[in-house]
Write a protein that binds this ligand. Structure first.
Ligand SMILES: *[C@@H]1O[C@H](CO)[C@@H](O)[C@H](O)[C@H]1NC(C)=O
Ligand SMILES: *[C@@H]1O[C@H](CO)[C@@H](O)[C@H](O)[C@H]1NC(C)=O
Ligand SMILES: *[C@@H]1O[C@H](CO)[C@@H](O)[C@H](O)[C@H]1NC(C)=O
Ligand SMILES: *[C@@H]1O[C@H](CO)[C@@H](O)[C@H](O)[C@H]1NC(C)=O
Ligand SMILES: [Zn+2]
Length: 394
């Protein structure tokens, strides 16, 4: 048996080694951040570097714009619950891409009020599960001023929650969207890169023709709508610009539900408006077309859902239109091709989730929260600082 002092010394050594290891990682390639320089396309090559801009995925594509597959992403933000889950099922019901692979959406999930068993169900259906923070914050100031530590906690701990409670494979969690689309300059991108993520989808762009996704190796030429925007080099990290829509009086909107003057609440009028926005991409440079919204938008007008479905059914008849995930778009950007965008169909994950309904005390407020998770209930309501809801934290 070791005596207590020896044991303590050994522990201390092990502990210091861990600390050194952590510090080593913290001081790796991107601390201090380097200011991003002008992008030279000869130096910035696919698959891991792409200059920002309005140009096509590859110079050889110029004469073949009509052969560039038109990618569409449908993304929903915030908590997944039993009500919006049913709508999500209806949104994607029966849609199949021209390559016979199933149509997939992207869910930027925030923690509070999320039913993790339904996140697991969406995941198993092949949809992408991405990050939208643990707390969602109390307003834009919180996110504008967030430093790298706060951002790593908000998104890193949310990864832990999705892995534990929804049984999402950690390596399938690739992207982030900031609440209120409020980025905080370099910090957002530094945190996301350090967490091993691949892309951000928070940064609106009103540029016309629309922007393609690009990496932050070099200075971004994207318009900065909600600053501060980054100006450091974050190598290999992708920005998927949220190309804005235009409402009926010409105001731009990064998210469909942010459009102030949508058309009259009639199926055909709404449908035509969506087609107009889509045509700027489809008849233009074929940059990916984003349909970014919250399920609550469907409740805003009697015909909103029907119009949305009508639009999806319409684009789904076009032979060169593919409804894919946000990370599917990045995958394409890394390996752009004319014609068929993807080599095969992505494999659907197969996990087992035994549903548990857990009544849990939320320590911060003393309320009881009910939360559905896979397999095992946590001890208390999980929150920032105690992502797995363990008792020992208190
Ligand atoms: C540091 O990086 C190494 C290799 O990249 C990794 O194995 C290790 O887990 C990291 N340590 C910490 C504390 O992040
Ligand atoms: C981002 O990082 C660059 C490079 O270190 C620095 O020059 C710039 O001031 C930073 N921007 C902000 C908003 O912190
Ligand atoms: C898709 O499936 C249909 C019917 O099963 C078939 O006719 C068609 O050739 C398939 N298309 C591709 C690209 O595999
Ligand atoms: C999923 O995995 C289970 C057990 O591992 C297996 O019985 C089932 O057939 C699998 N389902 C699919 C669709 O692969
Ligand atoms: Zn949100």
């Amino acid at each position: 048996m070791l005596d207590k002092t020896t044991a303590a010394v050994i522990l201390l050594i092990v502990f210091s080694a861990v600390l050194v290891q952590c510090e080593e990682n913290a001081t790796d390639s991107f601390l201090p951040l380097k200011k991003a320089g002008h992008c030279i396309s000869e130096k910035c090559q696919l698959p891991n570097c792409r200059c920002s801009g309005l140009r096509l995925p590859s110079a050889d594509f110029k004469e073949h714009v009509k052969e560039i597959p038109q990618l569409i992403t449908v993304t929903f933000d915030d908590a997944v619950n039993v009500i919006n889950y049913e709508q999500y099922q209806q949104v994607f019901d029966g849609l199949v891409n021209p390559d016979n692979c199933s149509v997939r959406g992207t869910f930027f999930v925030s923690h509070e009020y999320t039913d993790y068993t339904l996140v697991n169900a969406l995941y198993q259906q092949g949809h992408e599960i991405a990050l939208h923070s643990v707390t969602h914050g109390s307003g834009t100031d919180y996110w504008r001023e967030a430093d790298v530590q706060v951002l790593m906690a908000e998104f890193g701990q949310q990864i832990d929650m999705l892995v534990k409670f929804a049984k999402v494979n950690r390596k399938h969690i690739r992207g982030v969207r900031l609440p209120f689309l409020q980025i905080s300059g370099n910090n957002t991108y530094e945190a996301a890169k350090r967490l091993g993520l691949l892309y951000d989808s928070s940064w609106p762009s009103q540029r016309n023709p629309p922007m393609w996704p690009y990496t932050l190796d070099y200075r971004s030429t994207q318009d900065c709508q909600i600053g501060p925007c980054p100006n450091a080099a974050i190598p290999g990290f992708w920005v998927s610009p949220m190309v804005t829509w235009f409402d009926t009086v010409g105001y731009s909107c990064a998210m469909i539900d942010g459009c102030i003057f949508p058309p009259k609440d009639e199926v055909d009028t709404l449908f035509e408006w969506m087609v107009d926005n889509f045509k700027r991409h489809y008849d233009g440079n074929r940059a990916p077309f984003g349909m970014y919204l919250h399920a609550a938008w469907f409740q805003r007008g009697r015909h909103y859902f029907e119009a949305f479905r009508k639009f999806l059914l319409y684009v789904n008849t076009l032979p060169d239109v593919y409804l894919t995930t946000a990370s599917g778009v990045i995958h394409y950007m890394k390996h752009p091709t004319l014609g068929k965008p993807f080599p095969g169909c992505p494999k659907k994950p197969n996990t087992t989730c035994i549903k548990r309904n857990c009544g849990l005390r939320k320590m911060e407020t003393g309320e009881t929260r009910y939360m559905n998770v896979c397999d095992t209930c946590p001890s208390v309501y999980p929150w920032l600082g105690n992502a797995l809801g363990e008792t020992e934290h208190y």
